[in-house]
Design a protein around this ligand. Sequence first.
Ligand code: SF4
Length: 443
Amino acid sequence: MDALAIDPLDALRAIDRVSAEFADLPPEVVVKEDLLRRGVWFTPAALQQGQAFARKAYFIFSFDHVPLAQMDELVRTHAPEEIALAGGARGFRRVVVSVRLNPASPWVVDAEADGSVVLRCGSEPVTGVSFAPLPPYYGDELPDGTPITEVAPSIEWGYLLYLTVFRMCQYFGRDEECQFCDINRNFKQQREAGRPYFAIKPIERLLAALDRVAASGAVAGAYTLTGGSVTTQLEGMDEASFYIRYAEAIEDRFPGRWLGKMVVQALPRADIARIRASGIRIYHPNYEVWDPALFAELCPGKERYVGRSTWMARILDAAEVFTPAGVIPNFVAGIEMARPHGFRTEEEAWRSTAEGLEYFMSRGIAPRFTTWCPEPLSVLGKNNGPASLRYHAGLVRTWRDIHAAHGLPAPPGYGTPGIGNAVFSVSSFMDAIDPKTPVATLA
Ligand code: SF4
C-alpha cells in the first residue's frame, strides 16, 4: 500500500517501472489504472474550453477522493463523467477512464494555448484528452421538473444507461455496510449539496426518462438496474420483487431495445429465475473480494445475511439460469490490500484473486473488476490510500491470462474489447483483452 505520491516525478517513474515490468500489457493500461486508483484533477481552462460534454452525474457512489464540500465549486459542478486518453508524446491508443476527483493527484487535465486538452503528470504532458460525449437527451427535464440525468445518466462513453433505482442500502453503519462503499453517505452529501437526488425512483419517472432517451437517438446499447441491498422490505417488497418491477416495466414498454443487466445480491435460485424471466439478460451478484476472511471483514452484512459459501454457490446456480456468460460478478480491485486486514504483498493478493478467477472462469463465468477508489466517506477509505500501481497492473494481467487460458469469449454487455476499442471505464480488463477475442453470445 503506498500513500498518495504527490510528487509527479515519482508518479512518472512508477509508470515507467511498472510498464517495464508488465511490458506485455498495453502501456495505456498502466496509466489508466494509475488514474483510477489515484484520481485526477482539472484546471479551469480545461473545463471551460468550450465543448459540450457529459458531466459527472454521481450515478451511485461518489467515486471521489475528497468529499464534495471540500472541492472547488467549478470542478465539483463541471467535471466530466469520463475522459478518453489518446495520442500525445507516447502515441496512446484510446482508453476511456472514469473520473475520480482528487485535488492532490499528480495527474491534471489542462488546456493548451491552441485549445487542445492534455493530461499532464506535474508539468509533463503525457497524452491528449477528450471528454465524455454529451448524450442528446442531457439537459432535458422531465414533466415533474427532475433533471433527466438524475434518472438515467449514461456512462461507458454513452453505451450504458445507469439506472440506480434505490440510492441507499439497508446494510447500514460500519457493522453491516461493505467497508469500501459510500452509498449511504454519498446520498447524504449529494442532498446536502442541494442536488436533486432521490432515494427511490418512481417507475413512472423512470419510464418517462427512458421515453426521452429512446426518442433522442442516444447510442446506449444497454441498461443496468441497480441500487443498495434490501435486507427487510422496501415499499413492502423483498429485494428481488422490488427490482424486478422495474425490469418488467422497462421490458414491457421497450421490449429488447437495450440489453438489460441487474446488480443485486446473490439471491436464491427461485429469485434468480424470476429476474431472468423479467427480461434481464446479465446478472451481477458481486462478490467484491475472494479471500474468505477478507470477505467476512470487508462485507460484514453480506457475510451475516447470506454467508460467503452461500454467496459463491448462488453465483454458480445463477449460471444454470442465465448461462455462464450471463453471470458477471464484480470484484473490487484493491480492497484486498487495504489495512488493517489486507494482504501485505502484491504476490499474496494476486494468488488469492487468481484462485477466485480460476474457480469461476473454469466454469465459464468471467468476473469483472472495478478498480477501487478509496472514498473518504467509506470505512476503508478514511484510513487508506489506494493499492499500489504494481498490484493493479499485475491484477489486470492475472485476469487476462486466466481468461485466455480458459479460451473464454469477451464478457458481453461491455461493448467491443481490446485496446483502442473498449469503453469500460472503471477497470482496464476490457482494454487488456486481445481485440480479436469474440464477444460472448447470450441466451
Ligand atoms: S451491498 Fe455493499 S456495496 Fe452494495 S450498496 Fe450495500 S454496502 Fe454498498
